[in-house]
Design a binder for this molecule. Structure first.
Ligand SMILES: Cc1ncc(COP(=O)(O)O)c(C=O)c1O
Length: 398
């Protein structure tokens, strides 16, 4: 029986698989069982930011594997402490709690902000999130994910969650009151099609949060760690968050998430208030530390900014030439191309031409390439996209 049939037989059918059997992955390429190579334009959904099997990350993992794989959180591990130190030194935060995944970092944050609220008043427990947000699939994360299509089958959800329309300042003003303990935001909403929060909205949120003692939780699970051209996406704005969540690329390809908290919050959760068996696993921490050391290097940051400018420039030229691209959104190397009904067709034609694309919210091509992708490979992608746009235009006219 082939792998696809075995998958159908034994694994719950919750994912749409791509029709490829990947044998290995290296750098910006995936290789299938037939010897074909595919350019990876979404990095396992923003996980493999240094491409696949980066030598420094592999070396760090090998070193750790000779020491231990799991000891439990009764013991500290050197790579984990060093990673926490790095995150603290490069951000607003003063302490870190490690998890296995993004959703768990969100769960930890929900508990922290609820407990913070209680330190002020028993009624201060409401949480605000934004329309079309995505904060994970656990019941807490799902409650914060303001998208009925994900929620409907699983009601009732967590009580006390209020949804505000993204970038709607009036709605925000009406919602942020004394009974709210926190607002969760993505600086750029990834899953809903790379939607950027407006400066005005973020500035008003900062003002309201101070006035009403409301915490701001920046969900940077997708935008964090240089994806947007800065180490953290909040650095593009005036915001200094109270809490920040990370995952995806944090573990350098292994499962690792984190909740970063500001100085004033570091004593809210006490011993026994929260915990996890695997969170902060030493192997994931070693891989994460090696990855973070590269991603936080100023030279690397500059490189990503330059690549981003190049890609935006070239994509804008394509937008002018081919009206199929309606809008280009995003920052850094997190880019959304609004292509309406053509999204799936572009994705499947790109697959035929050995370029792997990701479509989100039905109409958006979401680009999340490895941050160290070469200009040569970015050009391969641009040429393929242009060839597809030409053929679509010809078909439209014909
Ligand atoms: C912004 C954001 N928050 C939370 C999550 C959930 O993370 P995980 O899939 O690791 O649970 C994701 C995953 O796509 C995300 O993009």
């Amino acid at each position: 029986m082939d792998l696809f049939n075995l998958d159908q037989n034994y694994i719950l059918n919750t994912y749409k698989r791509m029709p490829l059997t990947i044998k290995k992955a290296k750098g910006s390429y995936l290789y299938d069982d037939k010897g074909n190579k595919y350019l990876d334009m979404f990095s396992g959904i923003a996980v493999s930011s240094l491409g696949h099997l980066h030598p420094k990350v592999i070396q760090a993992m090998k070193k750790q594997m000779k020491k231990n794989l799991h000891l439990s959180n009764y013991f500290i591990s050197k790579p984990l402490v060093s990673l926490a130190e790095g995150l603290v030194n490069h951000s607003f935060a003063s302490k870190v709690f490690f998890t296995n995944s993004g959703a768990e970092a969100i769960e930890a944050s929900i508990k922290l902000v609820r407990k913070y609220g209680k330190t002020i008043s028993p009624d201060k427990f409401k949480i605000i999130t934004l329309s079309e947000s995505f904060h994970g699939r656990t019941m807490g994360g799902l409650s914060l994910t303001a998208q009925p299509k994900y929620q409907e089958s699983f009601l009732p959800l967590l009580p006390g969650v209020i949804y505000v329309e993204r970038n709607n300042i009036n709605e925000l003003k009406n919602a942020v009151k004394e009974d709210v303990c926190a607002v969760f935001i993505e600086m750029i909403q990834g899953e809903s099609g790379v939607q950027v929060l407006s400066k005005e909205f973020v500035d008003e949120l900062i003002r309201l949060s101070k006035e009403h003692k409301v915490l701001i939780v920046a969900d940077e699970i997708q935008t964090g760690l240089l994806r947007t051209g800065k180490l953290f996406a909040y650095e593009h704005t005036n915001l200094i968050p109270d809490v920040l969540t990370l995952a995806k690329s944090l573990g350098g390809g292994l499962p690792l998430g984190a909740m970063l908290v500001s100085k004033s919050l570091e004593n809210v959760l006490k011993a026994g208030d929260h915990g996890t068996t695997f969170g902060g696993n030493p192997l994931a921490a070693a891989s994460g530390l090696a990855t973070f050391e590269i991603l936080s290097n100023p030279k690397m940051i500059l490189e990503v900014q330059e690549k981003s400018s190049y890609l935006f420039e070239e994509l804008n030229k394509l937008k002018l030439k081919y009206e199929i691209i309606k809008e280009i959104r995003g920052k850094g190397l997190m880019i959304g191309l609004e292509v309406g009904k053509y999204a799936d067709q572009i994705k499947s034609e790109a697959l035929n031409k050995h370029v792997l694309l990701n479509v989100t919210n039905q109409t958006v091509i979401r680009l999340l390439p490895p941050l160290n992708m070469t200009y040569k490979d970015l050009k391969v992608f641009l040429d393929v996209i242009e060839s597809i746009l030409i053929s679509l235009k010809t078909n439209q006219n014909g």
